[in-house]
Design a protein around this ligand. Structure first.
Ligand code: SF4
Length: 361
């Protein structure tokens, strides 16, 4: 058995719409999937997308805006989102908040643009804030769709997503025992960005059955940042003798949400969303992020952390000096590589990774 064929975003969207469903385009990072699915809105995430010609959107943005926001705006302006029913913009950072305002006040796409604020702290007050945001989003969706799902329906949708998140967690944590190559594994894990939870569960279970005869070889690394784009980065690491043993990526490792506990579905969803590992876009403390990275290093046996960052990503760059200094004090090497999500893999990046792996091997 090899890796299972994963349908493309386009195929998934078309199938869902042909069956009478609606689609929500969701920008990074934290996606209220269960809530959207209870309105029969399929959440399809937009991380850029990479490779967009951003010139149409650039005139609206400052020159030091990250490529995720630049590509997203160009994507909206290109009309590629015409077929979706709503656009959800979580306020993960100032740039995304600015993009949300720009769309609502100036671009005015044909679909409703729904902002979603995130608490910037932990604890009970943060959970109540998140649940209140989800309730406000729920009421906007009632207005837009004319449908009011019952508590039982919302809970069923939230629990279905929890099951998919549990499988994503298993994939991430058991990666060393799986026979999938690193690019194959990330194609499966990143299908969580657009497959309905129940279809993702089928693909994930199949991948979890693909056990390797021996544990994977290669110098273990941790990849930290937003997303592994261009995906070629994963092949470059493998070709240079490394392997991604764990990740602290916003699109994967920071979204291994634990299940919620509340009997109220929106409180439960809030608990789950806030239960992921420390994250710059949720304002986690530097110490929490240091502790988490050190735990990942210990659990995975990683020899170094690669901070693979999107250029001009303020939330990530803010933490970087302190994270690197703390890792260095505990004897863990790290490198920083900054890329634009639309750029091809540069020789310079390849050379730096090769040099790092040579010294660690
Ligand atoms: S890459 Fe960074 S700055 Fe850009 S949208 Fe993501 S979190 Fe915000």
């Amino acid at each position: 058995m090899g890796a299972m064929q994963i349908p493309t975003r386009r195929e998934v969207i078309e199938n869902h719409q042909e069956a009478g469903g609606r689609v929500a385009a969701v920008l990074p990072v934290h996606n209220p999937r269960g809530l959207l699915r209870s309105f029969d809105l399929l959440p399809v995430e937009v991380w850029g997308p990479p490779g967009m010609d951003t010139t149409t959107g650039d005139e609206h943005l400052q020159a030091y805006t990250c490529s995720i926001v630049r590509c997203s705006l160009a994507f909206v302006l290109s009309g590629a989102l015409e077929a979706v029913d709503v656009i959800v913009v979580p306020h993960a950072c100032d740039s995304l908040q600015g993009l949300g305002s720009l769309m609502i006040d100036f671009i005015k796409p044909s679909q409703p643009v729904l902002p979603m604020y995130l608490p910037r702290q932990a604890g009970a007050a943060a959970q109540d804030f998140m649940a209140a945001e989800l309730r406000a989003l729920f009421e906007r969706l009632v207005e837009i769709t004319g449908k009011r799902p019952t508590e039982v329906e919302v809970m069923a949708a939230v629990e279905r997503e929890e099951e998919a998140d549990g499988l994503l967690t298993q994939l991430s944590r058991q990666r060393a025992q799986l026979s999938l190559s690193c690019p194959e594994l990330y194609r499966v894990m990143r299908a969580r960005e657009y497959l309905p939870a129940e279809r993702f569960a089928v693909v994930a279970r199949h991948a979890l059955e693909q056990r390797a005869a021996e544990p994977r070889s290669g110098v273990p690394l941790i990849l930290s940042g937003l997303l592994p784009e261009p995906m070629r980065i994963l092949e470059v690491i493998a070709e240079a003798g490394g392997r991604v043993a764990a990740d602290d990526l916003a699109c994967c490792g920071r979204r291994l949400y634990p299940p919620g506990r509340s009997d109220d579905p929106l409180q439960r969803l809030a608990q789950s969303l806030l239960g992921g590992s420390p994250d710059a876009t949720r304002g986690s403390s530097v110490q929490d992020r240091v502790d988490h990275l050190q735990r990942l290093v210990l659990q995975s046996g990683a020899k170094a952390v690669v901070f693979y960052l999107v250029k001009f990503c303020e939330p990530e760059l803010f933490y970087l000096p302190q994270l690197r200094a703390a890792l260095e004090r505990s004897g863990v090497r790290s490198v920083t590589i900054e890329v634009d999500v639309g750029d091809p893999m540069s020789h310079q990046v390849v050379t730096r990774l090769e040099a790092l792996l040579e010294t660690l091997g």
